[in-house]
Write a protein that binds this ligand. Sequence first.
Ligand SMILES: Nc1ncnc2c1ncn2[C@@H]1O[C@H](COP(=O)(O)OP(=O)(O)OP(=O)(O)O)[C@@H](O)[C@H]1O
Ligand SMILES: [Mg+2]
Length: 413
Amino acid sequence: MIGKEKLKLLVVDDDPDVVDMLSAYLSGHDMEITTAENGAEALKRLKEKEFELVISDVMMPEMNGIELLKRMSSEHPDVAIIMLTSMDETKLATQAMQSGAFDYILKPVEFSQLNISISNAVTKQRLIQENRAYKETLERMVKEQRDVIQQQRSQLLQSDKLSSLGMLISGVCHEINNPLAFINSNLQLLELYFGNLKNAMDEYAREHPDYRLKKMTMEEAAQNIKRMLDDSLQGANSIKGIVSDIMGFSRKESDERRAFCVNDCIRKTLHMARFILKNKVAVQAGFGPDPLEALGQPQKMGQVFMNLFHNAAYAMRDRPASTLTITTRKEPISGGHGERIFIEVKDNGAGIPKEVMERIFDPYFTTKPSGEGTGLGLSISRNIVEDHGGAMSVESELNKGASFIITLPVHKD
Ligand SMILES: Nc1ncnc2c1ncn2[C@@H]1O[C@H](COP(=O)(O)OP(=O)(O)OP(=O)(O)O)[C@@H](O)[C@H]1O
Ligand SMILES: [Mg+2]
């Protein structure tokens, strides 16, 4: 009847002889006994210490056993109770059983019967506790799964929103393309005409050396016009570049996988990222020999590099001498056969604190102020890399920057 741990038992009776007798017997059976004179005192003891079982008389002054039983069912539902009754109280005993007592034992107590009753009560109570623990574990697991599904669903929604935004942007770029083509060709024509006009202006200036165009000599005016034309042409070309980059970037890629050069993919993304890196970040690229071929969707991998460049630029925004170091190479697979592609994107920005490091790839985890970041960049990037059969990890030292490492399988024909 007695397990490895000492059973903690509370004996409640107003008759000191009964209490003494039960205590002596049960202590001898390796149980830890506490006693109380009535229901009210029993409730006090139950608050002070954990018990597995209560053996209580039914008839007691102050608070009787039935009242104690009722209070225990709401305040200490895990503790079993066995009632002690005399022959003439069997009605009360039935009432106790109806109120949730585990068993009742008639006085004078028959020890063999008490032993069986205690053993049964404890077994039942432990089963109930185990069951409850299983139920709680199960409920927690269901809740965790529900949260994961919820997160994945909103991640899907978010990427759906992003792709609609991408389509909208590429639509706008398409619309910009037509008028831009006019502007570009008109500017080129103007440049051509200006060559002739310049000759006429020079001749006029020779004949009228004192003539001023808004206080400028003809020579100065011609230089100004030429500079404005050059700037406009350069501006228009730059818009053309941006528009075609965006259209290329946001074009929907088919799910088909193809061989592509990782170095090329990074070069193109770097070109796109020049607006983010501006002139503030020095880029040091150490590319392994071309072609460094992987199999998959270069546009998606481009998205990964763009996220990394974006994060790096943000982490280095307030730093002097910001440097983004990109390294690619083939390296032997440790402990395995063959080679893999190694890519490192390293910055010398703020670095990543330990508590951020643990959650960095979690969807929606961001340390940016609200409205500035979705916290999806790295989680989407890691998914894309894993879809390519690769892995992505991060190393960082606080205040010394962060290094994101991607490995990809080498494409073999
Ligand atoms: N290079 C880095 N240096 C320091 N911290 C970084 C770096 N890259 C990511 N982090 C940390 O990881 C967090 C999560 O990055 P993630 O790209 O997933 O989302 P985000 O950049 O916050 O938001 P979004 O990508 O939508 O702009 C960042 O908020 C930042 O705290
Ligand atoms: Mg980001």
